[in-house]
Write a new protein. Structure first.
Length: 573
């Protein structure tokens, strides 16, 4: 959930007025690069520029930070080798020759450390640290941050960025400012009693005054701290749960918001939120190609003139060959060129106690018609036209496609529906599920007959952070049962691991339970893992299903920490 590279699909500000919805599929592609920190690496990148241009890239964001031959503050050069003015000018000239816009990035306010390494500003000037003396070796925090109330920060940092901008002959600057977590920390003596939103807005506005008003640059900013995570539940990294979100109404709207989301979802409601407030928005994804495709389709389907394109992030140093073959970049370019942005979505409207599922089908955009099938066959122009919600009373696969003016406007979407003995029945959890990624209708999503997608944030997965899930299902009367199946998810980079053990018990009165079966010690590399407990037929009314979480195994990110557990359907047969 936290990292980066960046390829950007971007429409430069001076071209925005010429872009219409009908031109959306011709959007500009750009790439933001990390780790190109020396002249020799810039030479290597320069050799790759013709191929990048050939692939359609015409904007590069280059994260420079402290890897520069600063003259104003040479003590803040990072390492023994760094980018010189001459090296920057050589790359800028190559980019101009191939019609690629080059914009540097300087991570500001936050990201002043990574792991145990603290970066030059707070190493040389520890008095500028927001949390001085706290968190030795950076243990217990994500990254260090500078103190926005200390005037010395801007006196030092602004000349650094000015040098970088001048060396690259840039007409824009990316100031970073993502994942800011410490403004209200009890260890931040100068800010702990202040409004985090006002502090964040203060930094943004000071940067805007210097670089936009005075410097004439275009300013780019990561958007996560401006998204209210209580209204747009993207979690504590992709959105703000620490009081900074109100800053969105305190900053100039000529700033470009890079709104990053790394999971495949049907909607990304923060994008229209920014657009409605007058910002230009650059939606940003990472390494999951299905998430890239979903975000590209959603953002382009808005057909909004201030939707600038797409930013791809990698958060690693791509070598030249990998850069050209980077799967998310290829996926973004292909999706944009195809122009099939208006995907169909399925929404469970109701589930009756007798297992009848009522599904609404929708597509974003104006002037669309939907054609669907309910027998698993591929839909086309001759298939049933969707007009009213569809009632399903047996397991099947719904498939649908949208058309505009008789031409396909989407690829085929599908939703697998499973009607079983617990569909629509009452269910409760012994411990509440995590509110961070809420399921539609809470625990009822576990027995609504609708399976989840590849995203744990799609509203069909019920999540638990570091705890087990214990569900109690009332089948509504004595029922013969012989099989219970549970599906959970693997998404290792985000600390999501499947359940390795499930236990099922039955009861006729809801008080005295008898163990019916269990399955355990199951390991799987599959994205979703189904565990089935099969036992001799038994008559029961209540089922207790305990789905055990696990500690993250050795060899995975977060090893030894409690994992996230996501479950999408408990199937009873």
């Amino acid at each position: 959930m936290k990292a980066r590279l960046s390829a950007v699909l971007l429409v430069p500000f001076f071209l925005l007025s010429s872009i219409s919805p009908s031109d959306a599929s011709e959007g500009i592609v750009a790439i933001h690069l990390l780790g190109k920190t020396t002249d020799s690496l810039l030479v290597e990148l320069g050799d790759n520029i013709p191929a990048l241009a050939e692939q359609g890239i015409d904007l590069i964001f280059l994260e420079v930070d402290y890897s520069f031959d600063f003259q104003s503050h040479p003590e803040l050069r990072q390492g023994d080798r760094y980018i010189t003015r001459a090296g920057a000018q050589r790359l800028a000239e190559i980019c101009r020759t191939h019609d690629i816009r080059l914009i540097p990035e300087f991570q500001s306010l936050g990201h002043q450390s990574w792991a145990a390494q603290t970066f030059p500003l707070l190493t040389v000037y520890p008095e500028l640290d927001l949390t001085p003396g706290a968190f030795p070796e950076n243990e217990g925090i994500y990254c260090r941050e500078w103190d926005p109330t200390n005037p010395r920060v801007n006196q030092i940092v602004f000349p650094l960025i000015d040098e970088i901008v001048e060396a690259f002959d840039a007409d824009g600057i990316h100031v970073g400012m993502d994942e800011i977590f410490l403004l209200d920390s009890e260890h931040a003596p100068n800010t702990k009693d202040k409004d985090p939103a006002e502090l964040f807005a203060q930094v943004v506005n000071e940067f805007h005054d210097h670089f936009v008003k005075d410097g004439g640059l275009e300013m780019f900013l990561w958007g996560d701290r401006l998204i209210d995570g209580t209204l747009y539940p993207h979690g504590e990294y992709e959105s703000s749960l620490n009081g900074t979100a109100a800053a969105v109404d305190m900053i100039p709207t000529d700033i470009v918001i890079c709104d990053w989301h790394y999971e495949p979802l049907e909607t990304y409601s923060s994008i229209p939120m920014f657009l409605d407030k007058g910002f230009r928005v650059l939606p940003s994804s990472w390494r999951k190609t299905d998430a890239v495709e979903a975000l590209v389709k959603y953002s382009y389907s808005l057909e909004h003139p201030n939707m600038m394109g797409h930013l791809l992030t990698t958060w690693g140093n791509l070598d030249p060959e990998r850069m050209l073959e980077y799967p998310p970049l290829l996926s973004a370019v292909r999706t944009i060129e195809e122009g099939l942005f208006f995907d169909v979505s399925f929404h469970v409207q109701s589930v009756s106690a007798d297992g009848r599922i009522t599904i609404a089908i929708a597509a974003r955009g104006q002037g669309l018609e939907i054609r669907f099938t309910d027998d698993g066959t591929l839909p086309d122009r001759r298939s049933t036209r969707y007009e009213n919600p569809v009632a399903i009373d047996e397991s099947t696969v719904l498939k649908a496609i949208s058309y505009r003016d008789g031409v396909p406007a989407s690829a085929v979407s599908e939703r697998r529906l499973v009607v079983h003995k617990a569909t629509g029945r009452a269910i409760s959890l012994a411990t509440p599920a995590s509110p961070q990624y809420p399921a539609e209708n809470g625990a009822a999503a576990l027995v609504n007959g609708s399976t989840g997608s590849a995203s744990y944030a799609d509203g069909q997965w019920v999540g638990a952070e570091g705890t087990d899930l214990e569900a109690l299902i009332d089948l509504g009367g004595e029922t013969v049962v012989s099989r219970v199946a549970v599906t959970s998810m693997n998404n290792w980079p985000n600390w999501v691991h499947h359940s390795r053990r499930v236990e099922v018990s039955g009861s006729t009165d809801g008080d005295d339970f008898t163990r019916l079966g269990e399955i355990g010690d199951i390991e799987s590399d599959e994205p979703s893992v189904s565990l089935a407990i099969i036992f001799d037929p038994v008559t029961t009314r209540y089922l207790r299903v305990v789905i055990y979480n696990q500690l993250i195994p050795e060899g995975y990110s977060g090893a030894g920490e409690p994992a996230w557990l996501f479950v999408d359907e408990i199937v009873v047969e």
